[in-house]
Structure formats: structure tokens, C-alpha cells
Design a protein around this ligand. Structure first.
Ligand SMILES: [Zn+2]
Ligand SMILES: [Zn+2]
Length: 348
């Protein structure tokens, strides 16, 4: 039963930045476990909290420990734990669902009405220890590297977006080569997509996406991306567009390169309202639109775990940097530049 103090990266107050603090090691309550964190990874939402954008202002109440992607070991079980034991190697689903609302009771816990998010509404994983509810713990296969186990959470976002419908034998365009877009290229590849286009203005990230499986990288600052995709598809456009940029212009380009009767899955979050020609880009083309939030629980975790355990999917190109937890500022500064894929923070 660990006691004493732990290092933690804490959002202390509104405004940019975070601080490394020494805090008491928390104790698990009923149906909770205490996890010793081995590695954690930085998510785009962590950067929002760090930089303190409008979304962070509305959702995060400092002082609070940041972070939600993790791999670690159960070191203490609170009362009532039934399925875990000390020593288990786990990661965590970060959507903390109520289990009781209409959505939870109809197989849609990922859109629970009472949803809380680890590290957003509760103390998070950028620390030596974190308490998580047993119901969101995910037991990892021992052969999965800690870094990959931590990245399973955003990999789940990518899996959910790519596999809203199957992609086998289909042409796919990914709009935006951020970390989740990069992971989506890998998921599309191993799921049988034949052609994987990806667009971004960041050549560094496009190159990572190519290593993950994208077959054609496109930079809208250098080329007419819609024309390129139409030319490569006999003028038909792609079967599937995965919007991961949250950029209005890029979304419109995505719609323009999507074939009639195609599928559009939306993961990127936009700064505000979006103005698009719904009549001509969606309705008259008979497009099926999916909104993606988090990951379907827990079907995406089974897929992620199988991709990793079987080594079907190699995450190595997507993980570009590793820092110690204490060096979190280096990680955030690097993320601001966009010259990175997933960044790992090693804790112990
Ligand atoms: Zn995340
Ligand atoms: Zn619920």
C-alpha cells in the first residue's frame, strides 16, 4: 500500500502552463484501484488544457492533475474490486461513464449523459499514481510495450473513426495528419483499404502518415488536393472520408473528394459553427455522416489490443518522442510546433 508523496503535473490556475507538484498519493475508494503509472502520453486535449483554450476554460477546474492516456500497474485495490488484482498491467478508458443513463443502458456508454473524462473532470494520469474506477480499467497483454499500451486510447479514436463501416477494398481519404490521423492511416491500412490519401499542411506529419500506411500524401498549400484525389479515382472520388482536422476549408475539400453514396466520419472538433453547402455536398450525394466521440466501449479496445498483441499494427513510426514526466514542458512546446507524432512521458 504505497504512502507518502508523488510527483504530478498539475494545472494550478487558469491561463497557459502547468506545474510539477509533490502531492499525497491518493487512496482508492470503493470499486476503484490505485495505479502506479509507468508511461503516459500527451493528447491534443492535454495541449488545450495546457494552453487554456475556450473548451478547457469551460471544462477544467484547477487545481487538477492533467493527463489521461496511461499504462501502469495496479498497486492497491479499493473495497469491492472483483476483476482486478495487484500486479495487473492496465490502461484505462478515459470516458468515465455512469452505467445507468439511457445511453449506457443501450450499449452507448461512450456518449453517456453524465460523462466525466479522466484528467479533464477528475485528477489525471500525469503523475506517479492515479486512481481509476475498475469499470474503465483495461487489462493489457504482457507482450504489449508500455508506450503502445498508453497510445491504445487515441488508437481507439482512430479505430472508431476508420471502422464506423468496413474499409476493406475501399479508397479512403484522411483529412488532417495529427496524431489520430496518423494512427488512422495505420488502421485503414491493416483493415484492407486499398488507397489511403491523407492531407495536411505539415510535411513532417505527412511523412509519418506515409510510414504508417498512407499511400498518397497531399499538402493543400502545395497542390489542389481535391483535383489530385479525383484524378486518382477516375473522377469518382473516394469511398470514405475521415475528417480529423477540425478545419472548415479542409472539411469542404473532404466532402468534394467523397464519392456519391460515400461515408463521412467526423472526428475533428471545430472552433465554432461550420458553413458548408449541405444540399450539394451531403444531401444530394446521399452521404452517410457519423459523428465520432471518444471510442465505442469497449469494442474498440478489443480491436486495438488484437492489432497490437498480434503485431498486425506497428505503432513505432507514430511515436516520435519520449521525455521524462518532469520534462513535460518540452513535450508541450514540441506539440505546439507540430513537429512530432505521439509524445510519451515516462514516469517510472
Ligand atoms: Zn487521448
Ligand atoms: Zn451513462
Amino acid at each position: 500500500m504505497p504512502s507518502g508523496e508523488m510527483k504530478a503535473v498539475m494545472k494550478m490556475k487558469p491561463g497557459e502552463g502547468a506545474e510539477l507538484k509533490m502531492l499525497p498519493i491518493p487512496a482508492p475508494g470503493a470499486q476503484e484501484v490505485l495505479v502506479k503509472v509507468h508511461v503516459t502520453s500527451i493528447c491534443g486535449s492535454d495541449l488545450h488544457v495546457y494552453k487554456w483554450n475556450k473548451w478547457a476554460e469551460q471544462n477544467v477546474h484547477p487545481p487538477q492533475i492533467m493527463g489521461h492516456e496511461l499504462a501502469g500497474e495496479v498497486v492497491e485495490c479499493g473495497p469491492g474490486i472483483q476483476h482486478l488484482q495487484v500486479g495487473d498491467f492496465i490502461s484505462a478508458e478515459t470516458h468515465l461513464h455512469c452505467g445507468f443513463c439511457k445511453q449506457c443502458r443501450t450499449g452507448n456508454s461512450h456518449i453517456c449523459k453524465q460523462m466525466k473524462i479522466l484528467g479533464v473532470h477528475t485528477n489525471g494520469a500525469f503523475a506517479e499514481y492515479v486512481v481509476i474506477p475498475e469499470k474503465v480499467a483495461w487489462k493489457n497483454h504482457p507482450s504489449i510495450p508500455h508506450e503502445y499500451a498508453s497510445v491504445q486510447e487515441p488508437l481507439g479514436n482512430a479505430i472508431d473513426t476508420v471502422l464506423n463501416e468496413d474499409v476493406a477494398g475501399k479508397m479512403v481519404a484522411i483529412i488532417g495528419a495529427g496524431p489520430v490521423g496518423i494512427l488512422a492511416a495505420g488502421v485503414a491500412k491493416v483493415s484492407g483499404a486499398t488507397d489511403i490519401f491523407i492531407t495536411d499542411i505539415n510535411d513532417y506529419r505527412l511523412d509519418i502518415a506515409r510510414q504508417m500506411g498512407a499511400t498518397k500524401i497531399l499538402n493543400p498549400q502545395k497542390q489542389d488536393v481535391v483535383r489530385e484525389v479525383l484524378d486518382a479515382t477516375d473522377g469518382d472520388g473516394v469511398d470514405v472520408v475521415l475528417e480529423m482536422s477540425g478545419n472548415e476549408t479542409a472539411l469542404i475539400q473532404g466532402c468534394q473528394m467523397l464519392t456519391r453514396g460515400g461515408r463521412l466520419s467526423l472526428l475533428g472538433v471545430f472552433d465554432g459553427n461550420v458553413n458548408i453547402d449541405l444540399n450539394n455536398l451531403i444531401i444530394f450525394k446521399g452521404i452517410r455522416v457519423y459523428g465520432v466521440t471518444g471510442r465505442e466501449m469497449f469494442s474498440t479496445w478489443y480491436k486495438a489490443a488484437n492489432f497490437l498483441r498480434s503485431k498486425t499494427l506497428d505503432l513505432a513510426p507514430a511515436i516520435t518522442h519520449k521525455f521524462k514526466l518532469e520534462e513535460f514542458e518540452k513535450g508541450f512546446e514540441l506539440m505546439k510546433t507540430g513537429m512530432c507524432g505521439k509524445i510519451i512521458l515516462t514516469v517510472t
